[in-house]
Design a protein around this ligand. Structure first.
Ligand SMILES: [Zn+2]
Length: 675
């Protein structure tokens, strides 16, 4: 569902219910340490702002007092539930790291990150050999080798490559190729006036980076780098196209790729990356072709200056304070944060990012109980039953499409908490006094890990998030949904909370991940993970008409002054949010088994369900961060992840008496109902 990062599935590169134990749960018998409960039964009622009409601003109605009383910390771009949980998880991880032996990989890596005295003393010295290598490049062929090297080391490349399940036969891994090279979040940042502030900050950052590495004529060199990336931007695809499977699914043999995109010696480049495969999915293919031509005509000296910047920029976070501060000076223009995060938090983030399953094995032993895993698995099973009920009851869909959808739902794998088998790290060397080397070895280790799968059967048990992550995902081409232990805590999930609360919070997230399998891109993937059209023609037409209505709603939302949501870019996530909430509500009703829900603190079950849903999104975000998100992230900003789905749900209108005099009211016949 993605609270922060923009990992998702459908993008190449980088996507019963009689009641559950949840309702019957007694007081927590074997609860993990550190759990913070919300309110008496799962919702913090004291933070509501009941002076606001629910239909005018449900986010404020559910948590307005909290929003007034909690400023965004200086080192953050947002605050709220996800950010608080992430902070708490980091504190728990820190305790594990602190007790790890100094000579263990975790202990050694963290020590190397925290040894600021040594890092200051080394200053730019660790970079020298890598920059010398760039300086020594004499031919385009040698330059292409430096781009290939960027997959396992610091450096930039114009052509991303990697491993993914074959969309025609998803039991086997093949290779993909896509474009790359930009340092700003999206092509628009280079090309549109409204991003001038961000572009200027990037230009200044390039110059500073070149100055920090003693590059002659740094100002002119920075102009050259920005001009080169601006040319790349002109050839790059818009974000919305980069998630369109119809546009991205372009299988080619290597010979076809060579003929299609002249300008780069693909044979040598692919051999150097070690991504050698009988077939490649060439994602944004016209961009790949055009950027290969740009590469061919760009002078070697320009490319070398660009690569010098890329190496130093990527290495910056692992160098002395002046490099780190320079990077933050640029980053804060995108995030709005005023201060760097404390060093230990950045360090724990690095350990979790590079050794996540090693750290995660201990994390789940200490902080994730078998009872939580069992309760969550049961909840997901209930959500799947509710999704099946909605598919069967769908009013506009023909029987063959329904059957295919049910088959896909039935085959969707569910993974909860942590992977069945933790990853092996024994071949990765971490040294307590060599942060720079540790990061390079870790990057090479990751690349080997990815390449080990090429040409082999897909290992569906592998995860792409660490167990402590506060997030979840749908692995599209593997038809599976994954819920790391890190998110399975209050207020998302609480084995001792009221059922309405769990269905409204984690239930809506489970529903979101399930329904990604049936969003505008997920619907192009079948039960095996293959890209295949399983829709009748008339159903596809009706689906597109409905989603286009939904897209219009979202495109009308002003997320920050002058910043409107991109209805196409966010389509899949918006469908996931809306359909996920519908499915969660259905599952909640099924869990009651035909009985009325109890009234608690004067609130009906439906009211508690919707308050819990909104509480899970409690939080605020800086306008700079909203601007970056809207331009480059497929998720709508949180305010619209609340009201966007709600205003299409009849039950929400009934639960809170929302009528035509409310700002977000939609007449019943205009509400969008997809699944
Ligand atoms: Zn999502």
């Amino acid at each position: 569902m993605n609270l922060r990062s923009s990992r998702h599935v459908t993008r190449f590169g980088a996507m019963l219910l009689a009641c559950s134990a949840l309702m019957a749960a007694p007081a927590p018998a074997q609860e993990a340490p550190g759990v913070v409960h919300f309110g008496k039964w799962g919702v913090d009622l004291s933070t509501r702002d009941t002076s606001v009409k629910p239909g005018d601003d449900f986010q404020r109605y559910a948590a307005g007092k909290w929003m007034d009383e909690n400023e965004i910390p200086a080192d953050k771009s947002q605050n709220g539930v996800g950010s608080e949980l992430n902070d708490r998880n980091q504190e728990q991880l820190r305790a594990i790291v602190a007790s790890a032996p100094a000579d263990s990989q975790i202990g050694a890596f963290y020590k190397s990150y925290m040894d600021e005295a040594r890092i200051e003393q080394l200053d730019a010295a660790p970079l020298k050999a890598d920059l010398d290598r760039v300086a020594a490049i004499k031919t385009k062929a040698e330059f292409a080798k430096s781009m290939a090297n960027a997959f396992s080391d610091f450096g930039g490349t114009l052509f991303g490559v990697g491993v993914l399940p074959d969309p025609a036969n998803p039991t086997m891994n093949i290779a993909f190729v896509g474009s790359g090279g930009m340092g700003l979040p999206d092509r628009d940042y280079y090309l549109l006036d409204k991003y001038k502030t961000q572009r200027d900050a990037y230009r200044a950052y390039i110059q500073r980076t070149l100055e920090l590495t003693d590059t002659p004529n740094a100002s002119a060199a920075a102009d050259q780098v920005l001009a080169f990336e601006t040319e790349i931007a002109k050839l790059s695809w818009p974000q919305a196209d980069l998630r369109d499977l119809d546009k991205l699914n372009n299988p080619m043999t290597k010979a076809q790729l060579v003929a299609y995109a002249p300008g780069l010696d693909w044979d040598a480049y692919l051999a150097d990356t070690r991504v050698v495969s009988p077939k490649y999915i060439v994602g944004d293919k016209t961009a790949v072709k055009a950027i290969a031509q740009l590469y061919d005509k760009t002078p070697l000296e320009t490319l070398k200056t660009w690569q010098r910047f890329k190496v130093a920029s990527q290495a910056g976070p692992y160098l002395s304070k002046r490099f780190v501060d320079s990077g933050f000076e640029f980053g804060k223009v995108l995030s709005g944060a005023k201060e760097l995060r404390p060093r230990w938090r950045r360090g724990i983030g690095e350990v979790d990012g590079r050794l996540g399953e090693l750290l995660g094995e201990t994390y789940v032993q200490k902080y994730f109980t078998p009872r939580s895993k069992a309760a969550m698995e049961e909840l997901v099973a209930n959500l799947k039953l509710a999704a099946a009920k909605r598919i069967k009851g769908n009013s506009w869909m023909e029987e063959p499409t329904k059957q295919a959808a049910l088959t896909k739902l039935g085959r969707m794998d569910v993974m909860v908490g942590y992977p069945d088998k933790f990853r092996e790290f024994s071949k990765l060397t971490m040294s307590p006094d060599d942060l720079y080397g540790n990061v390079k070895r870790s990057a090479a280790f990751e690349w080997d890990y990815a390449l080990a799968d090429l040409g082999k059967p897909v290992d569906r048990k592998k995860w792409s998030m660490s167990p402590a992550t506060v997030n979840a995902y749908n692995g599209g081409l593997e038809n599976k949904i994954v819920f790391p232990a890190g998110i399975l805590q209050p207020p998302f999930f609480d084995a001792s909370a009221d059922a309405a609360v769990n269905y409204g919070a984690i239930g809506a997230i489970i529903g979101h991940e399930i329904m990604h399998g049936f969003d505008d891109q997920g619907r192009k993937i079948d039960e095996n993970g293959a890209i295949r059209d399983w829709w009748t023609k008339s159903d596809a037409t009706r689906f597109t008409a409905l989603t286009s209505e939904l897209g219009k709603q979202y495109a009308s939302y002003e997320a920050a002054p002058g910043v409107f949501i991109n209805g196409d870019l966010t389509m899949g996530e918006n469908i996931g949010d809306m359909s996920g909430l519908e499915v969660a509500y259905e599952a909640y009703k099924m869990s009651l088994g035909g009985k009325p829900s109890p009234v608690i603190d004067g609130l009906t079950g439906d009211q508690r369900f919707f308050l819990s849903f909104a509480q899970a999104w409690r939080g605020k975000q800086r306008d700079d961060a909203i601007k970056t998100q809207v331009a480059s992230d497929p998720h709508s900003p949180r305010r619209f992840r609340i009201i966007g789905p709600l205003r299409n749900l009849d039950a929400w209108y009934t639960a809170f008496g929302v009528g035509p005099d409310s700002k977000f009211y939609i007449a019943p016949d205009k509400r969008v109902r997809i699944w």
